[in-house]
Design a protein around this ligand. Structure first.
Ligand SMILES: C[S@@+](CC[C@H](N)C(=O)[O-])C[C@H]1O[C@@H](n2cnc3c(N)ncnc32)[C@H](O)[C@@H]1O
Length: 191
């Protein structure tokens, strides 16, 4: 998707998109490498956008690992499918993930990779999606999500961080990818 098209999505759905450009390759590599995908059996992606993480997920999982993505913006669903024709992408919200796991023949997953804009979500939605994450993740499973550095100055960004540390046994934050627009890092939370 051209940068101007991405910007149009931001103008149409600012709080859902919450970014003026797709994540850069370095951030996509960082989040998918930190997830140690070669050891995963079921990978769920939330908020695929243009498919920048999806592409890396499919590259890094092993042959018998299952993966699918949920995206709430139909134009982004189409763009992820165009970029990654082999990807399974559902046009639905992250909160509705359970039936898609059932369809894949499982109740839980061992990796969740999120591109969701946590710092722009109201408290209720943030809590609801984090409850969903905790519900569908196996013990020992990993939840990976990125955060913009400037989000740490926003009340919702700080609330998300606090929520993450209170719900998960172990939370690590990676180095910052300064070349991302805007600069971002990854949280890796283990259940
Ligand atoms: C900041 S963009 C990130 C997109 C992509 N992962 C990337 O890094 O470039 C956030 C994405 O999350 C999607 N999104 C927002 N709320 C969602 C929800 N409840 N369920 C699924 N996707 C959602 C938006 O439509 C958008 O594509």
């Amino acid at each position: 998707m051209k940068r101007v098209e991405f910007l149009k999505q931001f103008v149409r759905y600012p709080t859902l998109t919450c970014a003026i450009a797709e994540s850069c390759t370095e951030l996509a590599d960082l989040i998918t490498d930190t997830a140690e995908l070669s050891q995963a059996s079921m990978v769920v992606e939330f908020g695929s956008g243009t498919g920048v993480f999806t592409e890396k997920i499919l590259e890094k999982i092993s042959g018998n690992t299952q993966a699918f993505s949920l995206e709430i913006n139909e134009d982004f669903v189409k763009e992820t499918r165009r970029r990654c024709p082999e990807a399974i992408v559902y046009f639905d919200s992250a909160v509705n993930v359970a039936p898609y796991l059932k369809e894949a023949g499982v109740e839980k997953c061992d990796r969740i990779i999120s591109g969701l804009p946590w710092a722009s979500f109201p408290e209720k939605i943030q809590d609801k999606i984090l409850d969903t994450v905790a519900d569908i993740l196996e013990p020992g499973g990993k939840f990976l999500t990125f955060a913009y550095v400037h989000g740490l100055c926003l009340p919702a960004g700080r609330r998300f961080r606090k929520n993450l540390f209170s719900r998960f046994q172990r939370v690590l934050a990676t180095r910052i990818i300064w070349q991302n627009l805007p600069p971002a890092f990854v949280y890796c939370a283990e259940k």
